[in-house]
Ligand binder design. Structure first.
Ligand SMILES: *[C@@H]1O[C@H](CO)[C@@H](O)[C@H](O)[C@H]1NC(C)=O
Ligand SMILES: *[C@@H]1O[C@H](CO)[C@@H](O)[C@H](O)[C@H]1NC(C)=O
Ligand SMILES: *[C@@H]1O[C@H](CO)[C@@H](O)[C@H](O)[C@H]1NC(C)=O
Ligand SMILES: *[C@@H]1O[C@H](CO)[C@@H](O)[C@H](O)[C@H]1NC(C)=O
Ligand SMILES: *[C@@H]1O[C@H](CO)[C@@H](O)[C@H](O)[C@H]1NC(C)=O
Ligand SMILES: *[C@@H]1O[C@H](CO)[C@@H](O)[C@H](O)[C@H]1NC(C)=O
Ligand SMILES: *[C@@H]1O[C@H](CO)[C@@H](O)[C@H](O)[C@H]1NC(C)=O
Ligand SMILES: *[C@@H]1O[C@H](CO)[C@@H](O)[C@H](O)[C@H]1NC(C)=O
Length: 468
């Protein structure tokens, strides 16, 4: 009975703050309740993918099948090509149950672009304690794998863990990027680690750094748990997203620190039930949903929760970005308990996103953005538009909720900007988001409003009494 009570209490508080202007409606309460309670359950991963403490491991007692890459003549000198040793070790580890594929600590293994395919026998652990490095020369990259370095696919119930490092040696790739050298064509570069078409996967403790492009992609996968992952790349490395989630559901990213040149976390089309908690981000472009809708495509993202984050010196904070002319929706998002320091664009919805050398024309269709809650977001902003809702004229944003926001400018004045954005704020909202319009301004007349409000106040007062 705790939750209904809390919702009722919020309702009362809101009525108290909105009573004078009379803008509260049943619909808004429903939305609020929904957003308050939006969550991604974290206890639904299969039981047999449980924590395995490698430090206390001895093959004699554990019943594990240890497959050390060194046993396959990997040199571990960071110079000789260890690709074949890794492929052979993978084949062996994947084909026997209870295997531990070990990349030992204190050594460095040069590995080319490789696909490690499942399905594997049960309870595979990939223990990375050493360093895996990529060859650094783009012109000699295997053309069969233009977008991947280490790609794992069709895994079920697999754990990636260890204190090791996955190093993409990205420097030359960055220099060759069209963002850095305008005379070069814009072509994609490899992702350091990709988990594709998999389920029940844990990734924990690893460091992924200097990727050619994105660092970790979760693609077409379900039930993935990422924790204590560290991503480090320079703030000016192009398109080096930290963790990119695409076409995946039930993904939790927690206790992770991401410093990079693009989005710390990006969540794109076909993703649902995504939770992030205790995330450090900076430098980087912030936490992003999108981009969506590029090239008139349909994009959908639903049920995303960010709980507890610290963003420092990022070019955006909490961002939703969509292209003109797309369709689909972003629906059901809660960003909560976020502290920002020196962040440009702390709260931003950009439906005119255009990451292209030519300008993008406005169109009559857009990805519909609705049910987005920002709650307990505080800190400092570098831009005066601390809250910026640039929504499509054709398809307005709807049900945006702001609660307990306090963003201060480094040098004075901060403001909120809205284009075509409907919603409301309650509690402290600084800068004030009066630019949001209330949907009843357009859809209901005074009589409806008055009735709805009166009934609601009575009902909620009653409930609150019952529960007290
Ligand atoms: C490792 O190298 C040794 C010596 O060169 C060779 O005898 C052995 O077959 C190699 N093992 C594998 C798995 O390649
Ligand atoms: C790895 O790539 C290099 C070129 O960078 C190539 O010479 C070598 O044969 C590749 N190794 C394997 C095992 O494919
Ligand atoms: C940009 O790329 C071109 C062609 O790849 C190359 O000739 C030129 O040296 C590069 N410029 C810089 C500044 O790296
Ligand atoms: C903020 O990030 C930019 C871009 O990475 C960097 O150049 C700058 O030094 C950073 N500032 C601080 C105070 O960390
Ligand atoms: C978006 O995701 C859906 C569901 O995963 C997929 O069917 C569709 O092809 C994706 N669209 C694009 C443009 O990638
Ligand atoms: C607001 O967020 C901060 C930072 O995560 C947290 O320390 C604080 O407890 C939150 N406040 C409330 C009332 O939840
Ligand atoms: C698109 O529409 C927005 C909002 O009305 C406006 O600010 C912007 O200038 C327009 N862009 C173009 C390229 O017409
Ligand atoms: C306003 O709402 C009342 C009650 O629903 C309805 O009878 C009336 O026709 C409405 N007026 C307008 C102008 O829509």
């Amino acid at each position: 009975m705790i939750k209904p009570f809390i919702i009722s209490l919020f309702a009362l508080l809101m009525v108290a703050s909105y009573g004078a202007t009379g803008k509260m409606l049943f619909k808004e309460l429903d939305i609020l309740g929904k957003l308050e309670n939006l969550d991604v359950p974290e206890d639904d991963i299969e039981d047999d993918v449980t924590f395995f403490d490698f430090s206390s491991f001895t093959s004699q007692y554990s019943g594990k099948n240890l497959v050390n890459v060194d046993s396959f003549n990997a040199s571990g000198d960071g110079v000789s090509d260890d690709t074949q040793a890794f492929i052979r070790a993978w084949t062996m580890a994947c084909s026997a149950p209870n295997s531990v594929l070990l990349v030992p600590q204190g050594r460095s293994y040069l590995v080319n672009a490789t696909k490690f395919d499942g399905p594997c026998q049960e309870k595979l652990i990939i223990q990375i304690d050493g360093t895996i490095i990529a060859p650094d020369e783009p012109s000699q990259w295997d053309p069969k794998f233009p977008r991947n370095w280490l790609q794992f696919s069709k895994l079920q119930g697999v754990v990636f863990q260890g204190n090791g490092v996955i190093d993409g040696s990205g420097t030359k790739w960055w220099a060759a990027s069209c963002k850095k050298n305008k005379s070069n064509p814009c072509v994609g570069a490899p992702t350091a680690l990709t988990i594709y078409s998999s389920s029940n996967v844990y990734v924990r403790g690893l460091t992924i750094r200097n990727s050619q492009q994105m660092h970790l992609i979760i693609q077409r996968s379900t039930t993935v748990r990422i924790s204590r992952v560290m991503v480090t790349s320079p703030g000016d490395s192009p398109n080096t997203d930290g963790i990119h989630i695409t076409a995946s559901t039930d993904v939790v990213v927690q206790d992770s620190k991401i410093s990079t040149g693009d989005d710390c976390v990006s969540i794109v089309n076909g993703s649902a039930k995504i939770k992030m908690k205790r995330i450090y981000c900076g430098p980087g472009h912030g936490i992003s949903i999108g981009s969506l809708g590029q090239g008139h495509s349909k994009g959908t993202v639903t049920a995303v929760v960010l709980e507890t984050a610290f963003l420092k010196n990022t070019t955006n904070g909490l961002r939703i970005k969509t292209w003109q002319g797309g369709n689909g929706y972003v629906k059901g998002v809660r960003f909560e308990n976020v502290v920002m320091q020196d962040v440009a664009n702390p709260i931003i919805i950009d439906q005119f996103y255009c990451d292209s050398p030519s300008t993008c024309q406005n169109q009559t269709s857009a990805v519909h953005i609705s049910e987005i809650m920002y709650r307990n977001i505080t800190g400092t902003t570098k831009s005066s538009k601390a809250i910026n809702f640039k929504c499509s004229d054709a398809v307005p944003c709807s049900h945006i909720v702001l609660n307990n926001i306090n963003l201060e400018g480094n040098d004075g004045k901060v403001e909120a900007y809205c284009n075509s954005a409907e919603g409301f704020g309650y509690g402290v909202v600084h800068p004030s988001a009066d630019c949001l319009y209330s949907h009843d301004d357009k859809s209901l007349n005074q009589t409806d409003q008055y009735l709805a409000e009166t009934i609601m106040v009575e009902k909620e007062t009653e409930n609150a009494h019952d529960e007290l």
